[in-house]
Ligand binder design. Structure first.
Ligand SMILES: Cc1cc2nc3c(=O)[nH]c(=O)nc-3n(C[C@H](O)[C@H](O)[C@H](O)COP(=O)(O)O)c2cc1C
Length: 469
């Protein structure tokens, strides 16, 4: 297990990129002296998908053979592993949706999925590895963090919300006692608690379960200050995400948008780095910083280094579907790739950067005509039903169902299924659905800095050599 003194020396922190975009590269990035970051978005779906395809190179099964609770690993393998070519004619099994009281299989998949991808990111070297969660996707957090900690994750990074309960989860798992987590519920009750007891579900505490460092993602001095005030020395550092970063962004103050629906940020949204540094914690700055100048800017503002997403996502080793990666690199090199944040598209309610690509959800006609079916259920919100029980709904799901569940029609306008779209943009999907590609605002600059022609490819090594040059 690493300590903060070692992590402070890291100049390049990899952005956690979901669905599976950063996961495969995390090992490589950590070996090079960066902080490799596994995406904590839906490992509970990705593990069974990979097992169902035969786990061709044996990675998932090799990791699972090190899982300290073999009965749980066997349960997952028996349910989801299908040999390549499916010689036994096994019927693929569906994925359980996460719930306030998850099924045994949902919990097992979450623990094992997080264990497997962190274990693989750490395999064969001793450098630190991080995992990145979204506070908005809160139901799996107790089991997900348990799985990641069993694999010895060094840093937990959490964004998209106010992650002030994470240190309690880390302490509970470290002490192997019940984890309690409060999750928001729309309605009068406001919230409910979920719980997970590792000793009841898994068994006795394994040896050597350490305590990872915790870095919340912030985009304002206010959130950094509030977290530090509440959590005191239970925060180890911050990741600052400026508004041009890929993925979800914090909304601007006042939630202003322009005529195209893109959020408008102004001086009031800028982070005051001198003030942030005065909190006395190390930090890294993300959002169009993948360049020697970006690194110099971060260092001169008191940061330990930069966080890099887009440049690594464009690399050959990323989890993007190869055809999509080639196309976005080509468009970016030609200067023809536009990336715009949409205030409406994400069911999370956070602005989301969308690359404008043909045949994808970035096109309004495609977004409005694609079937609204919920296959993965990752972004469903909890709401209070009329009888006081808790229901689940998503503004990107079927409109009738959303309204029947008390949702407002306005929330459905312009929203799109990020679960299906992001899965389809990754190398995992084989369903027919339009993809959605998220990148940061400086994709064009990166492609033009790193590629020699429009068919050139970029490797993780090129990004390191360029940024740290
Ligand atoms: C393809 C892609 C997917 C991303 N997915 C996530 C995510 O799932 N969770 C998250 O907190 N941030 C996500 N991000 C944001 C990155 O972690 C990082 O903050 C950002 O990429 C840094 O800015 P840059 O893109 O300008 O380098 C994503 C970014 C990209 C490019």
């Amino acid at each position: 297990m690493t300590n903060i003194t070692a992590v402070r020396k890291i100049r390049l922190v990899m952005g956690g990129m979901g669905f599976y975009i950063s996961t495969l590269m995390a090992n490589m990035v950590s070996r090079r002296g960066g902080l490799g970051t596994v995406s904590g978005v839906a490992p509970e779906l990705i593990l069974p998908i990979l097992l169902g395809r035969g786990d061709a190179n044996g990675d998932c099964r090799r990791a699972l053979s090190h899982f300290p609770f073999p009965d749980i690993a066997k349960m997952v393998l028996d349910a989801y592993y299908i040999e390549v070519g499916n010689p036994e004619g096994k019927k693929p099994r569906g994925f359980p949706f996460f719930a306030v009281e998850p099924s045994e299989m949902a919990s097992a998949l979450s623990i094992c999925g997080n264990f497997v991808f962190v274990w693989l990111a750490k395999e064969g070297h001793n450098n630190p590895v991080a995992v990145n969660y979204l506070e908005k996707i809160s139901l799996p957090l107790p089991t997900a963090i348990t799985g990641a900690m069993l694999a010895g994750v060094d840093v937990i990074i959490v964004g998209a919300g106010i992650p002030n309960q994470i240190p309690d989860v880390v302490s509970a798992v470290n002490e192997w006692r019940e984890v309690i987590y409060r999750v928001p519920v729309i309605g009068n009750i406001g919230s409910c608690t979920i719980s997970f007891d590792p000793s009841k579900f898994l068994g006795s505490k394994p040896q050597n379960i350490g305590k990872p460092l915790f870095f919340p993602i912030v985009s304002s001095n206010l959130l950094a200050w509030a977290l530090k005030k509440k959590l005191k020395d239970r925060i180890d550092g911050f990741i600052v995400e400026e508004s041009t970063a890929g993925g979800h962004n914090a909304p601007p103050r006042g939630h202003k948008v322009d005529s195209t629906g893109e959020p408008i940020y102004d001086d009031a949204d800028r982070v005051d780095y001198a003030k942030l540094a005065s909190l006395g914690l190390p930090f890294w700055i993300g959002g169009s910083k993948a360049s020697p100048e970006g690194l110099a800017y971060a260092l001169s503002n008191g940061a330990c280094g930069i966080q890099v997403g887009t440049a690594l996502a464009l690399c050959e080793e990323s989890g993007f579907k190869p055809s999509i990666r080639t196309e976005v690199r080509r468009l970016a090199f030609r200067g023809e790739l536009s990336v715009k944040a949409s205030a409406k598209i994400s069911p999370t309610g956070f602005p989301f950067q969308v690359a404008d690509i043909d045949d994808s959800l970035s096109k309004v006609d495609i977004l409005t005509s694609v079937p609204r079916n919920c296959v993965y259920g990752v972004l469903r919100e909890l709401y209070e039903k009329l009888d006081g029980s808790i229901g689940y709904r998503c503004s990107a799901g079927p409109i009738d169902t959303f309204i029947h569940c008390g949702g407002h029609i306005e929330s459905t306008v312009g929203s799109g299924c990020l679960c299906n779209g992001l899965m389809q943009a990754s190398c995992l999907s084989d369903m027919s659905y339009p993809p959605i590609v998220t990148l940061g605002k400086d994709a064009v600059r990166i492609a033009q800095a790193l590629m020699k022609n429009e068919n050139d490819i970029i490797h993780v090594e090129d990004v390191f050599n360029y940024v740290l040059s």
